[in-house]
Design a protein around this ligand. Structure first.
Ligand code: HEC
Length: 191
């Protein structure tokens, strides 16, 4: 006991000293980290690359992902049986990460795709630039992000009525942007 007691004092002093030192050096460390990450970024640039046109991105991500969210209105995801080989399933609801977890993950994926919709350099299928600098584009993207997070919160409750509400929010978020930028002659999309 005596041994422990005598160790306690130097220990707490050491901890205190550590705290003081770390408080003083935080800004130094931050600066060093910022410098090395700036160097790292220069060495590994470009960090972001755009590979798909906007229609391909929609068909490959938002379309299948939102269908998983929409399906949860009519069919209880908990009742979807696993596929014969769940690890190879092409229906997320029947996969290894299926049922309500699939709804959660696809809702999150939609919110993440919102970030991809803000990247510069992407073209629409007619060759025009995706209008990422238009204020209403940013507003529609934010609507999509929020719809994704609403669907995520609803999926966490495992309540199908909540999924119906979330699906309405989602449909509106898609439609708001499509009305302005998609529902027109192909050559006029994204204008
Ligand atoms: C911020 C704007 C925006 C949002 C939000 C948006 N879209 Fe799109 N979407 C577009 C535009 C613009 C096109 C046309 C792209 C092109 O022609 O390259 C498109 C095309 C598509 C296409 C391809 C159809 C076709 O004929 O080319 C699908 C499928 C699609 N969107 C689904 C969705 C779904 C589902 C959602 C919501 C979960 C959604 N989109 C949200 C702007 C948006």
């Amino acid at each position: 006991m005596a041994l422990e007691g005598s160790e306690n004092i130097p220990m707490s002093r050491a901890v205190l000293a550590l705290l003081v030192v770390s408080a003083m050096s935080t800004s130094l460390i931050d600066r060093a980290l910022a410098q090395s990450s700036a160097r790292g970024a220069a060495a590994t640039a470009p960090a972001m690359r755009v590979e798909a046109n906007l229609a391909q991105l929609m068909r490959g991500t938002l379309y299948p992902e939102s269908n998983v969210v929409f399906a949860a209105q009519d069919q209880n995801p908990a009742d979807v049986p696993h596929a014969k080989d769940p690890s190879m399933a092409t229906d997320p609801l029947a996969s290894q990460y299926g049922k309500w977890e699939a709804v959660e993950n696809n809702a999150l994926a939609i919110a993440e795709v919102a970030n991809l919709l803000t990247l510069p350099g992407r073209k629409c299928s007619n060759g025009l630039d995706v209008p990422v600098t238009n204020p209403d584009w940013a507003k529609f993207v934010q609507g999509l992000r929020e719809a994704g997070m609403t669907a995520y919160a609803s999926a966490q409750t495992k309540n199908q009525d909540k999924m119906t509400d979330a699906a309405d929010v989602m449909t509106t978020a898609c439609k708001n942007c499509h009305d302005k930028y998609r529902e027109k002659k192909p050559a006029d999309r994204c204008k």
